[in-house]
Design a protein around this ligand. Structure first.
Ligand code: ADP
Length: 513
């Protein structure tokens, strides 16, 4: 573009020179009206071109200056004043060397020589000197200037200040690395919904590589029934109306749907005109799943707490009616106590769950005999199930230092699972072995067993195995999660051996006191 300006400048100069030639010869010439008309039109065109060029030169961000063959500066635009700090009055008539750092002075004659020989000088990056003595990084474009006779009369220079450019480059790189390291998909598109950028997380979340998406319509990742979202958002943003972030669904390469939270912002050009949109998409599928599980959990909790409460209430009511039948009262009170214990365990489970979610689950360690605790848990379990043969295999006394209440919760939970997931009854063995300054607590059953695939996830919060065997067994999917959390606080780990259809053995170790 700048070469064009200089071509036009040369052309204008030629016209002006021809006009002045006419003027000089005017006295000797007798111009007819046609010649006079041509002369006036040429003059007008020259004036307009000159005014236009002047305004381009003065409004550009680059310094545009020219010098004669002796290196004396003879023109200087506004940006030259801004970049170098000299006004036109101060610098015109001075040597170009004023602007060149001393160590680069030797380059100047070579460049002039090259141009004189008609060899084009490609633009290059170098440094120049400001009025205040500081150096500025610049990019230079140098062109020869000729008069109407085609004689080489000087050199024009276009000087671009690279400081801002470099800053923008650094800033650009910084933003690029933020975009690339973000966990969210960051996508930009033009006003025709054509994707113009696609970061690494977009690849991870949607499964499409950047090459597959750049140049394609964004509709590729929008489920067909939601295609109307796109024009609505575009219309809103182009009217300058802010789009609040919202939750919606998008489609992955494999056709599956994911829940995303979208933040959409306009991309504007220098003049503030909206030229595209940027989208930040956060994958909230896991969060949605967790929310759904929590809702199910809450519904379940209310139901499960009501069941023992209703039965407690009826035992109390009947016991009141049959105050004289002491045998019945003894049975009723026994069952009422069992239900109360069950409810108590459930409530402390929920409390522990909410404590662990807030990171507030703490241990209250004390010395205790774990053999006695196991004994107590087994007796408790025997009250719940009559169809299982629950046996105990522990040494007389085993002293540990741990949180007694929480460890007893873990054991009770393992025994209750062993009973629950052996619907056809069978043996449940609870044992404690002592070796290597530690004791190993084991709970084995002859129940439905657990496949290897499920063994990976079953310690996760709310995880329940959904199968024909488990569909009629109630539970929250928090027992194993809480047990492993409690054991982790004791620097221990819940492990298991299991085989489908044969049974399971859950076990963990505690250090001896
Ligand atoms: P809940 O029993 O309340 O569902 P848990 O966290 O205690 O929750 O157990 C998670 C899942 O692991 C259960 O839903 C069940 O499918 C499986 N599971 C736990 N213990 C056993 C066991 N002894 N035998 C077979 N499956 C079990």
């Amino acid at each position: 573009m700048l070469y064009c300006i200089f071509d036009s400048m040369n052309e204008t100069r030629t016209i002006i020179e021809r006009i002045s030639e006419y003027n000089e010869r005017q006295a000797d010439l007798k111009l007819n009206s046609e010649e006079l008309g041509t002369l006036i039109v040429a003059l007008k065109v020259a004036e307009e071109k000159s005014a236009m060029l002047h305004s381009i030169i003065e409004s550009t961000d680059d310094a545009i200056l020219s010098k004669d063959l002796n290196g004396i500066i003879n023109s200087w635009n506004n940006s030259a004043e801004r970049i170098f700090g000299y006004s036109a009055e101060e610098i015109i008539g001075k040597s170009i060397l004023t602007l060149i750092p001393l160590h680069l002075h030797k380059e100047e004659p070579g460049i002039i020589e090259q141009i004189r020989k008609g060899i084009r000088v490609d633009h290059f990056e170098t440094q120049r000197l400001r009025k205040d003595g500081t150096l500025v990084d610049v990019s230079l474009t140098i062109s020869p200037m000729y008069n109407s006779a085609g004689e080489f009369i000087g050199i024009s220079k276009i000087v671009r200040d690279l400081t801002l450019h470099r800053k923008a480059e650094v800033e650009g790189k910084r933003l690029m690395s933020i975009v690339e390291s973000s966990d969210d998909a960051i996508i930009s598109k033009d006003l025709d919904s054509i994707i113009t950028s696609w970061n690494d997380s977009a690849v991870r979340i949607f499964g499409y590589q950047a090459e597959e998406m750049i140049g394609q319509s964004i509709l590729k990742i929008i489920p067909p029934e939601r295609h109307d979202e796109e024009p609505r958002i575009l219309a809103q943003l182009s009217q300058g109306i802010r789009v609040e972030h919202f939750e919606t669904e998008r489609m992955k390469k494999d056709g599956s749907l994911i829940h995303v939270s979208l933040t959409i912002s306009p991309i504007k050009d220098k003049s503030g005109k909206v030229i595209g949109l940027s989208k930040i998409a956060r994958d909230i599928t896991d969060k949605k799943l967790m929310d759904r599980k929590k809702d199910e959990f809450m519904a379940f909790v209310s139901h499960e707490l009501k069941t023992p409460l209703t039965s407690l209430k009826s035992y109390i009511q009947i016991a009141r009616q049959k105050l004289t039948n002491t045998e019945f009262i003894a049975t009723a009170l026994g069952r009422a106590e069992t239900q109360t214990n069950k409810m108590e365990r459930m409530i402390s489970g929920f409390l522990n769950l909410s404590r662990s979610e807030e990171g507030l689950l703490k241990l209250l360690e004390e010395q205790f005999d774990i053999a006695q605790v196991i004994n107590f848990c087994v007796n408790d379990a025997k009250m719940i199930s009559q169809v299982h043969e629950i046996t105990l295999n522990t040494p007389h006394q085993v002293w540990v230092n741990a949180d007694k209440e929480k460890i007893s919760m873990v054991i009770t939970n393992l025994i209750s699972n062993a009973v629950k997931y052996s619907p056809n009854g069978g043996k449940v063995v609870v044992s404690c072995e002592v070796f290597d300054k530690k004791c190993r607590i084991k709970v084995s059953d002859e129940g439905i067993g657990i496949s290897k695939a499920h063994q990976v996830d079953m310690f996760k919060k709310f995880y329940r195995i959904e199968s024909n065997e488990t569909k009629n067994i109630s539970g929250f999917g928090i027992g194993l999660y809480l047990s492993s959390t409690i054991l982790a606080l004791h620097q221990s780990e819940l492990k298991l051996d299991s085989e489908i259809g044969k049974g399971s053995t859950f076990f963990f170790d505690l250090k001896l006191d």
